[in-house]
Design a protein around this ligand. Structure first.
Ligand code: ADP
Ligand code: MG
Length: 729
């Protein structure tokens, strides 16, 4: 891009006005889930017997027979065709980013030369997309490219445009999962079973425990003209170069400011469409960094919440384009200002309406509360390395530990009140507590207020914070599929609850009173999992040392963190909970390493090109102008005065040379490092090489590019600058 074109693009972006969004005439409560085949639609479009069967399938995991599937498909088809649908697709979440879909029309030959529109139970239940180009980490060699997608009745079908979308799992014919949803459903089943068993100590009427997820999605918006003028944004989703602008987020004026008009129009449009698709959008606001925003829905059952997040990310990209924006979901699109995360608010709740991670009114409720808190902490402590492995990626690595996001160490913040309760329990003995049957139980637990939420007591540096009635897993990346974190967390908690129950039951078998047994085990665990509990500043250097002393995982290299999936403890835990086999974990890790490598590889390539094709030429051109100026000065002034007159320019000429020499020689080194890494066979070793040798070079060279940006004539600079990208909306 020439600099003249840059000014033109900036000017055009500046002049853009919000697009008028027509609001539906109905209230949101009316148009909510308009395009979703939810229970209400099922009741309307399915015969009562079929409806009841579907409810049983959704709520209790009953198996679905083909006759029911046929009847459901018939009702769905009728509903979807009324909305104008002509196609169906099985919608799934492959191990790459985002979602995948393959569309088929309803049309079939009618046998008499015409067409009919059909949709059978078989088409609803199963489809066979060509799986050969989805990553499978060697599970399924390409010659037997057979994977199939299977309907997930727990997540409702929806219509977008002319297409009926059917949420599905994606599985190899050999049975291994090739997606995120299949293992997530297994993890949710495991935690349901394990938590139900424990909840029944307190409330025998419980038959099911639901895992809740409320995600908060952070994102950046940039004008599409400016986006298109940045090859790095276009190809990698982040700026690989760019100096801080004079003003960035230090005034905090964006966070507290009103939402810019063009953005407000985008948000309104997005929310209407999301609500129509059944996503219960609730909160929207500016975030800390300029042009950074957040959207959060009301929490839902985890499987559904994950689908809704995937759907929302898809929708955001589409709606942003309509408004002349591009949405950046990358965790760190701009250096020097906050990155984006996706806080995962997580809790367990019973089918009888008890929030297991929330304090209650009675002593019994509070012992249940303490039990679920402490056993969650035990799981997080045991599997802190694995939980970190579930959220690391090449992109999230730029955010973690970057002094605005959680550090690359998993610990848990509990707040003063809850910390005090645990400490008190730990220090009292059984003798000080009289346990006389459930109703009159005298637990010496200090009064726990029902509302523990205390905003002043929140610790933003904690990656896994207790926030009143839930835990907030904050290390999850903005671009990530939440399923990865939710699989690891729910699996670990399920496994821990099974272990807890076994120990409590052993004490009961010895004749101990149930509540007393629970308390005894909880006390032991409070002591055991202490290393995970940290109330201090997670950003500090001391914490890194302290965490290492405590035996927490402090590894920050993404390819090495991924190893935690293959620890014996992890492999055995996933086997016990029937979520992954060892070979599935190996395959999935290969994909993770390979994805890591590819991301850095693409960055290195585009970065090298930009250095050589954009930066070096303009720096050299500007240097020539300076040199020319020195020559001219030499022609008109006597030599005695020249030293003074040319000093500045000579210094600049030298400085430019130093930067351009560094850049050129190191871009060559970057290419060499890539070449060496590319020759490595093993996915893991290759990713390590990319992490250790390629990625650091990009950062090193960038420093010099950013210095040149400060020196070179603004008129020559070929890339939109931070101040132009971040303050125009
Ligand atoms: P914050 O102050 O962290 O921004 P919000 O009030 O915006 O918090 O809520 C964040 C998310 O947490 C929302 O999606 C909300 O529905 C969800 N949430 C609230 N309570 C729970 C809970 N018990 N379990 C899971 N998610 C919850
Ligand atoms: Mg939050």
């Amino acid at each position: 891009m020439s600099s003249a074109l840059r000014f033109q693009v900036v000017g055009e972006a500046f002049k853009k006005r919000p697009i008028e969004v027509e609001a539906p005439s109905e209230r949101p409560s009316k148009f909510f889930a308009k395009y979703v085949f939810n229970r209400q639609k099922m009741q309307q479009y399915l015969p009562p017997k079929v409806y009841n069967k579907m409810v049983d399938v959704i709520d209790h995991g009953a198996t679905l027979d083909l006759a029911t599937a046929d009847a459901v498909a018939a009702g769905m088809k009728q509903w979807a065709m009324q909305l104008g649908a002509t196609h169906i697709t099985h919608w799934f979440q492959p191990l790459t980013e985002g979602t995948a879909e393959k569309h088929d029309g309803f049309v079939e030959h009618d046998g008499q030369g015409g067409m009919v529109e059909e949709f059978s139970g078989k088409q609803l239940v199963q489809q066979e997309p060509d799986a050969s180009s989805f990553p499978s980490g060697g599970i399924r060699s390409t010659f037997e490219a057979r994977g199939y997608s299977a309907w997930d009745p727990a997540s409702p079908v929806f219509v977008i445009g002319d297409t009926m979308m059917i949420p599905t799992v994606f599985i190899a014919y050999t049975g291994e999962a090739l997606d995120f949803k299949a293992p997530l459903k297994k993890a949710l089943h495991a935690v349901d079973k394990a938590a139900t068993d424990v909840a029944r100590y307190f409330y025998p009427e419980v038959t099911k425990v639901i895992s809740n997820l409320g995600w908060e999605q952070e994102y950046f918006l940039v004008d599409e003209g400016l986006y298109a003028a940045r090859p790095d944004l276009l190809m990698t989703g982040r700026t690989l170069m760019g100096h801080d602008s004079a003003k960035n987020q230090q005034m905090d004026d964006h966070y507290f400011g009103s939402i810019p008009e063009r953005v407000a129009a985008f948000m309104k449009d997005l929310e209407i469409q999301a609500l129509e698709l059944g996503i219960p959008c609730k909160t929207r606001h500016n975030e800390v960094a300029p042009n950074q925003f957040e959207l959060a829905p009301i929490f839902e059952e985890t499987n559904l919440a994950v689908d809704h997040n995937m759907l929302l990310m898809m929708l955001m990209k589409k709606v942003a384009r309509k408004h002349g924006f591009r949405v950046l979901l990358h965790e760190k699109p701009f250096a020097g200002i906050n990155g984006s995360g996706k806080h995962n608010n997580w809790s367990l709740a019973t089918d009888t309406g008890v929030l297991l991670h929330a304090p209650g009114k009675t002593q019994l409720d509070n012992l249940r509360f303490i039990t679920f808190i402490v056993e969650t902490l035990m799981a997080v402590w045991k599997y802190n390395g694995l939980l970190k492995a579930s959220i690391v990626s090449a992109t999230n690595a730029h955010r973690l530990g970057a002094n605005e996001a959680p550090p690359a160490i998993i610990s848990s913040f509990l707040g003063k009140q809850l910390s005090d309760v645990l400490e008190h329990l730990e220090q009292t003995t059984d003798d000080e507590i009289s346990l006389t049957g459930k109703q009159e139980m005298q637990l010496d637990i200090p009064q726990i207020p029902e509302l523990l939420i205390d905003n002043t007591d929140r610790n933003r540096t904690s990656p896994f914070a207790f926030t009143g009635n839930r835990f907030e897993f904050r290390a999850v990346g903005s671009e990530a599929n939440c399923a990865s974190a939710m699989i690891a967390l729910n699996a670990a908690v399920a496994d821990q609850l099974i272990d807890f129950k076994a120990r409590v039951d052993a004490l009961i078998a010895e004749g101990m009173d149930t509540m007393k047994a629970i308390l005894k085990v909880v006390r032991e665990d409070i002591k055991t999992c202490k290393p995970i509990h940290f109330e201090g500043n997670g950003y500090s250097e001391e914490w890194k040392k302290e965490a290492a002393r405590r035996g927490l995982d402090v590894e920050a290299s993404v390819p090495l963190v991924i190893d935690r999936y293959l620890d014996d403890a992890s492999v055995e835990m996933f086997a016990r909970t029937h979520i992954f086999t060892r070979s599935e974990i190996i395959a999935r890790n290969e994909i993770k390493w390979d994805t890591y490598t590819k991301k850095i590889q693409i960055e290195a390539r585009i970065f090298g090109d930009m250095c050589m094709n954009h930066i070096i030429p303009v720096a050299t051109r500007y240097q020539s102008v300076l040199i020319e100026n020195v020559h001219h000065l030499q022609q008109i002034f006597p030599s005695t005065e020249l030293d003074d007159l040319t000093r500045n320019n000579l210094a600049l000429i030298k400085e430019i040379s130093e930067h351009t020499n560094f850049i050129t020689s190191h871009v060559t080194a970057l290419i060499d490092a890539r070449r060496v890494a590319n020759r490595i066979e093993s996915d893991r070793e290759k990713a390590i090489a990319y992490h250790d040798t390629v990625a650091p070079l990009i950062e090193e060279i960038r420093y010099h590019v950013d210095k040149l940006e400060l020196i070179v004539d603004d008129e020559l600079w070929p890339l939109p600058k931070y101040r132009e990208i971040l303050f125009i909306r």
